[in-house]
Design a protein around this ligand. Structure first.
Ligand SMILES: *Cc1c(COP(=O)(O)O)cnc(C)c1O
Length: 330
C-alpha cells in the first residue's frame, strides 16, 4: 500500500511514573499528540495512506467532514495545503451564525490553511456520505479531480496507519527489552483508530486487550462500525490477522459529543498537574477519565497500560471558558 511520510515518527513512548503511581497502574503513554506540528494527532497517520491514494489518482481537491472543531478536518486542511491540493470541509454546527464567525481552535487553523468551509446542520450531517458524494460530483462536472475522505479518515485504508503504529510500539518495546502491555487504552470517535490498533495489537503482540472509550454514540454503534472498518482493512491486506480482544466502553462519554462533566474536567486537569501531559475535553480527557475510574475501582489495578495519546490540543484551546471550573479556586 502506498504511504506518504507526513508524520514525525516514531513518536515517543514514555512512562508516566507519577500519574501511574497515583492510579495504581504501570502507565505508559504513546505520544501521538506529537506526530507533527499544527497538524499533529492521530489523524495524520491515517492521512499518510489516504493522501497517498489521492495523489496516485491525480486528485486536485479533497473533501471531508467533521464537527465544527474537528481535529480530522484541521489535519486534512493543513496536509492539503502542504501538498498543494484544494480542501473542502463540511462542518457540523447547531449555530451557523456563531460558528460561521469563529476564529479559534481547529476552525481557525482550517481558515488559515485556506480550506473552503461549508457549515451543515446535524440533520444534514447524518447524511454526510451523500452530501460529500454530491459535492464531489458537482465539482467533477466542473473539471476537478476530487478525492473524498470519510469522517475521521476512518475506513480500511486509513486504519492501516494504526496497524503501523502498533508495529512502531513493538519495535520500541523490543529496543528496550520491555514486556508486552496488558491493555491499550484509547478514545474512539469514528472507529478507525480502534480498528487499526486492534488489528495491529494482534499482529505485533502489543497487548492482551484493546480498550476503546467511545466519546459519542454507543457500544453497539462502534462495535458495528469498527467491525466494518476491520473487514475493509483485511480485504485490502489479506495477511492481516483478526483483531485483538476489543472492549468498546461507552461509560465515559459524558453528556454529549464535545460536552464534558465537571468531574471529567477535574480529572483531566489533575492529570496534567502530575504529568505535564495535556488532555482535551472531547477525546483524550474522556478516555483518561474512563481509565482512571477503572484503575481507582480496582478493575485494572496493577496492569501495565499503554495510553494512546491521540492529540486534540486545538479542541482544548477552543473550550477555554468551559474549563474555568477545573482550576483551583483562590
Ligand atoms: C479523531 C480523534 C480520536 C478518535 O479517533 P477515531 O479514529 O476517529 O475513532 C481520538 N482523539 C483525538 C484527539 C481525535 O482527534
Amino acid at each position: 500500500m502506498k504511504r506518504l511520510a507526513l508524520a514525525h515518527l516514531p513518536t515517543p513512548l514514555v512512562r508516566a511514573e507519577r500519574l501511574g503511581a497515583e492510579l495504581g497502574i504501570d502507565l505508559y503513554v504513546k505520544r501521538d499528540d506529537a506526530t507533527g506540528g499544527a497538524e499533529a494527532g492521530n489523524k495524520i497517520r491515517k492521512l499518510e495512506f489516504l493522501f497517498a491514494e489521492a495523489l496516485a489518482r491525480g486528485a486536485d481537491t479533497v473533501i471531508t467532514c467533521g464537527g465544527i472543531q474537528s481535529n480530522h478536518a484541521r489535519a486534512t486542511a493543513l496536509t492539503a495545503a502542504a501538498l498543494g491540493l484544494r480542501c473542502v470541509l463540511f462542518l457540523r454546527t447547531l449555530d451557523a451564525a456563531a460558528d460561521g464567525a469563529r476564529m479559534d481552535g481547529n476552525v481557525l487553523l482550517d481558515r488559515l490553511a485556506g480550506a473552503e468551509i461549508q457549515l451543515i446542520t446535524p440533520a444534514e450531517y447524518r447524511d454526510r456520505a451523500r452530501v460529500m458524494r454530491e459535492e464531489a460530483e458537482r465539482r467533477r462536472g466542473l473539471g476537478s479531480n476530487v478525492y473524498v475522505i470519510p469522517e475521521g479518515g476512518s475506513n480500511g485504508l486509513g486504519s492501516l496507519g494504526y496497524v503501523e503504529a502498533m508495529r512502531e510500539v513493538r519495535e520500541q518495546l523490543d529496543g528496550r527489552g520491555e514486556k508486552t502491555f496488558d491493555r491499550v487504552v484509547l478514545a474512539c470517535g469514528s472507529g478507525g483508530t480502534a480498528a487499526g490498533v486492534a488489528i495491529g495489537a494482534a499482529k505485533y503482540g502489543v497487548a492482551r486487550v484493546v480498550h476503546a472509550f467511545a466519546v459519542c454514540d454507543d457500544e453497539a454503534y462502534f462495535r458495528a462500525t469498527i467491525a466494518r472498518i476491520v473487514d475493509e482493512a483485511r480485504a485490502l491486506d489479506p495477511s492481516l490477522p483478526a483483531p485483538k480482544e476489543l472492549v468498546v466502553d461507552d461509560s465515559a462519554k459524558g453528556p454529549a459529543y464535545a460536552v464534558s462533566t465537571p468531574e471529567q474536567r477535574r480529572a483531566m486537569a489533575l492529570a496534567t498537574r502530575s504529568s505535564g501531559l495535556v488532555f482535551d475535553p472531547v477525546y483524550t480527557g474522556k478516555a483518561f477519565f474512563g481509565a482512571s475510574r477503572l484503575a481507582r475501582s480496582g478493575v485494572i489495578r496493577g496492569e501495565r497500560v499503554l495510553f494512546l495519546h491521540t492529540g486534540g490540543l486545538p479542541g482544548l484551546l477552543a473550550q477555554g471558558e468551559e474549563l474555568r471550573d477545573c482550576l483551583p479556586v483562590g
